[in-house]
Design a protein around this ligand. Structure first.
Ligand code: PEP
Ligand code: MG
Length: 889
């Protein structure tokens, strides 16, 4: 017979799968000998069985009966016993805490007769009736799904009748009246009486917890977070202790150290004569934990002892809920506590210094996402700026600018050189150009998956969304903020995308000391304890990781910056910018060329310019590999816009003027125009179709390398061919490139045979024929941006604005596949290509240079697949170093 019920002495903290997080920790505390009110946990397996069959398994009822009898034996009284009732709480407790799940019902066991017993035992009528009214209210709301407003309205009416606004002014008689009202509400709303049978109450509450596993919000959350739907939740049934029995009772929460800063000390809140929900509801002001020392020194001292014991036992910051009942301390819950990013780093290294954990474990206690948070600039709020509201922290950063209310205004103002904050009720795809132009985005509606939030995160732009207290009127161009403040177009606001705060006026922005450290402007020993902690952990990550970290950079400045940040080479040097600006004229000539001679002349003009670019980049990255990708985008990107040009020609012709060169250009632009340019003439196809184009770039690379060598440098270029789908494409380009390397070597007298030639894997066909492609490749670099685009058939430039909001809201994915690698689909192709590529060439070097190379989750995947390196933007290099270390640890 399956064991569905465990009392707290039977479990431990490692049993979160079976007992849920809360139950496992209650068992752990019980077995540590801490004062935990006795109780039992109904397992997740019972929940699974219930959800599968629609009713509680027969064994469950028997086992609950048995454990309940055991519990009753502990106290010498029965659940709901009329003259002296045992009361219990019922709480959900899944492995992961989940929004939308049913939380708690207290005081189960009270009914019309046991309320009198409780009153007699506690010598406190008010307490007893208040407890009964709380049961009815919680049971009504969470078990019977009655709208909570019905109960709250009734409380308000009772207070009004009494001429008060404070709950505490309601006396036993008033509360008895409320009990009647609440029972009437339950009957009216459900057609049934509130169950008087204590066991029926208990069973209904347990089933309600089971059912809440499939509440819509819980389902959505699981789908987004990829939590398996079949885990189920556990249910904790625990004997009640009361913090609301008088002034010698109370309840509180505390942390073993400051979750904000990580500092050791006393952190917590206490409320006398109250139950836990009162603390959460903020009905009365809590006292700082220190004050408990004066109120009840023995309990205070015992609590401090327990805090130390728990921290040493869990070897981490714990958060704790406790209750004092008539001078006796009880522990109701503990768990490893949440903390800020800075606290995470500080605490991890403090615990190492205390000898509680080693550096390997410390590295697992921090994340790349936390490090990212520490790398954003922050507002310096020491001047106490005026915070007007707080919205959702949708995309981190600190942005200051003048308020504008339309996308067009954002673009126009930004063109004048003004920093602007685009303020909308919510954004839509039409706002895209304004979002790009703005320094930050502020909306009054929508959550973290709203259009504004999704698109801003995709662009790395600061965004606060859902600031509901702001009344945004885009026609009148005003915002009404709390406190009667009116903000008009052109007024300056400051928005903090990391906290959601919105300030009036300009708040000074402070650079991140962590970035200063990574940039080499601040030595670790001169930094504060946060910088020191980051230094220790990143150093350990570097010593641990097997993945190398390179950067995506295409200028000497970015290369140098990334190198300071710890990049071990360039994994992707895009060359498209080498065709822009003044150089576009040569591209035009190349496209318009009517003869080999004209084409050659255009390429000859471009070659020395590109060579100079490479010289500077190779110098900045001296001694480190630089993967240069030959030109990838469709050529029309370097030509004038088709519509603009057509209008220009038409206007000239209408005026009877000769459009001259423009007519020829228009014909070329028309010829190159494609309906789906991302699937068109780009990447290796350009190399195949336009003679000499790739060759020119290879020559520029080769000559730059030879020149650096002669100057005593150590250039390590790697030539990379983009968008290959078939080995034949690569063979052609390889042959052309090798010939050029050979001739440049002969011309310069420098051996260039060390320069490898490889390819990007960015098409599904390339991935599934990687075994063949590897025959012609010295290395692969996964272009997971294009690979995601082509695997899903999503246009990477359009989808975030077009429909990702709905996809996220409906839980089709929890995060954009362009942000974090889709392991099952795109990841599978990466894994197939890695295995088959290495099947052909066991030493084939493998890297990734799509955006995923800087994404923490994806880095763990790439480590697992056995890539040699990840390559990411300079700013993400430290994050990648840290995560690569964690992945290897
Ligand atoms: C990619 O496709 O992942 C890649 C790095 O190339 P790009 O983003 O330049 O297309
Ligand atoms: Mg690409």
């Amino acid at each position: 017979m399956p064991k569905f019920v465990y009392d707290f002495t039977e479990g431990n903290r490692d049993q979160k799968d079976l007992l849920g997080g809360k139950g496992a920790n209650l068992a752990e505390m019980t077995n540590l000998g801490l004062p935990v009110p006795p109780g039992f946990t109904i397992t997740t397996e019972a929940c699974q069985a219930y959800l599968a069959s629609g009713s509680a398994p027969a064994e469950l009822s028997e086992q609950v009966t048995e454990k309940l009898a055991w519990l009753e034996g502990q106290f010498g009284k029965q659940l709901g016993q009329a003259d002296d009732p045992l009361l219990v709480s019922v709480r959900s407790g899944a492995k992961f805490s989940m929004p939308g799940m049913m939380e708690t019902v207290l005081n189960i066991g009270l009914n019309d007769s046991s309320v009198a017993g409780l009153a007699k035992q506690s010598s406190n009528d008010r307490f007893a009736w208040d407890s009964y009214r709380r049961l009815l209210q919680m049971f009504g709301k969470t078990v019977l799904h009655i709208d909570g407003e019905h109960f709250e309205d009734a409380i308000d009416a009772a207070k009004k009748a009494k001429g008060t606004t404070a709950d505490l002014d309601l006396d036993a008689e008033d509360l008895r009246g409320l009990v009647d009202t609440f029972k009437a509400i339950i009957l009216r709303e459900t057609g049934k009486e509130f169950p008087q049978d204590p066991r029926a109450q208990l069973d209904a509450a347990v089933e309600a917890v089971f059912n809440s596993w499939n509440a819509p919000r819980a389902i959505l959350y699981r789908r987004q977070e990829r939590i398996p739907a079949d885990l189920g939740t556990a249910v904790n049934v625990q004997s009640m202790v009361f913090g609301n029995l008088g002034m010698d009772s109370g309840t509180g929460v505390c942390f073993t150290r400051d979750p904000g800063s990580g500092a050791q000390g006393l952190y917590g809140d206490y409320l006398s004569n109250a139950q836990g929900e009162d603390v959460v509801a903020g009905i009365r002001n809590t006292l700082p934990l220190q004050d408990l020392e004066k109120l009840d020194k023995p309990s205070f001292d015992r609590l401090l002892e327990i805090m130390t014991q728990l921290e040493n036992h869990y070897r981490d910051l714990c958060d704790i809920e406790f209750t004092i009942e008539r001078g006796k301390l009880w522990m109701l819950q503990t768990r490893v506590g949440k903390r800020t990013a800075g606290a995470a780093f500080r605490i991890a290294t403090q615990l190492v210094d205390q000898g509680l954990i080693d550096l390997d474990e410390a590295l697992q206690r921090v994340t790349g996402d936390q490090l990212t948070q520490l790398m954003f600039p922050k507002f310096d709020t020491s001047g106490k700026p005026q915070q007007i509201t707080k919205g959702m922290n949708a995309s981190p950063g600190a942005a200051v600018g003048k308020v504008v209310f339309s996308s067009d205004d954002a673009v126009a103002w930004a063109e004048r050189g003004e920093a602007v904050i685009l303020v909308r009720r919510e954004t839509n795809p039409d706002d895209l150009s304004g979002m790009i132009a703005a320094a930050g985005i502020l909306t009054s509606r929508g959550g973290k998956t709203s259009h504004a939030a999704v698109v801003a995160r995709g662009m790395g732009k600061t965004c606060v969304c859902g600031a509901e207290e702001l009344d945004v009127d885009t026609r009148a161009k005003t915002i009404q903020a709390p406190g009667g403040i009116t903000i008009r177009e052109g007024d300056v606001v400051s928005i903090d995308g990391s906290s959601g705060a919105v300030y009036l006026g300009e708040v000074p922005v402070q650079p991140s000391p962590v970035v200063q450290y990574f940039e080499g402007q601040l030595a670790a020993e001169d930094g504060d304890d946060l910088v020191k902690a980051v230094h220790r952990l990143i150093t350990h990550a570097d010593a641990t990781r097997t993945l190398k970290v390179r950067t995506n950079a295409d200028t000497p400045e970015d290369s140098a910056r990334a190198r300071r940040m710890g990049a071990e080479g360039i994994g992707l040097c895009r060359t498209e910018h080498m065709f822009l600006g003044d150089r576009a004229q040569h591209v035009e000539k190349l496209i318009l060329a009517n003869s080999d001679a004209e084409r050659k002349a255009a390429l000859d003009a471009l070659e020395p310019l590109q060579k100079q670019d490479f010289l500077e980049i190779f110098e900045a990255m001296d001694g480190l590999p630089v993967t240069v990708r030959l030109i990838d985008p469709p050529l029309h990107e370097f030509l004038p816009n088709l519509t603009d040009l057509a209008v220009k020609v038409a206007v000239a012709e209408a005026k009877g003027e000769d459009p001259g060169h423009d007519r020829e250009l228009l014909a070329a632009v028309n010829r190159l125009h494609e309906a789906n340019p991302m699937l068109g003439l780009r990447g290796v196809r350009l190399g195949v179709v336009i003679p000499g184009l790739f060759g020119m770039q290879v020559r520029a690379i080769a000559e730059a390398a030879a020149e650096r060598k002669k100057a005593g440098g150590d250039p390590l270029p790697e030539i990379m061919i983009p968008l290959v789908g078939a080995v034949q494409e690569l063979e052609l380009m390889r042959e052309e490139s090798e010939n050029i390397l050979t001739s440049v070597a002969a011309e310069t007298g420098v051996d260039l045979s060390f320069i490898p030639i490889g390819t990007m894997i960015e098409l599904p066909r390339a991935a599934v024929t990687a075994g063949q492609i590897a025959e012609a490749a010295d290395f692969f670099s996964f272009g997971t941006n294009d690979l995601t685009q082509t695997t899903w058939g999503f246009s990477r430039d359009d989808v975030e604005a077009a429909f990702f909001t709905q996809y996220l809201e409906k839980g089709i994915f929890g995060v954009s596949p362009f942000e974090s690698l889709d392991r099952e689909g795109v990841g599978r192709l990466v894994s197939i290509a890695s295995t088959e590529g290495r099947g052909t060439k066991p030493d084939l070097k493998l890297g990734v240079c799509g955006e995923h190379g800087g994404d923490p989750e994806s880095i763990h995947f790439f480590h697992g697949v056995g890539l040699n390196y990840v390559s990411c933007s300079p700013f993400r290099v430290p994050v990648a170093r840290l995560e690569a270390g964690r992945a290897a640890g």
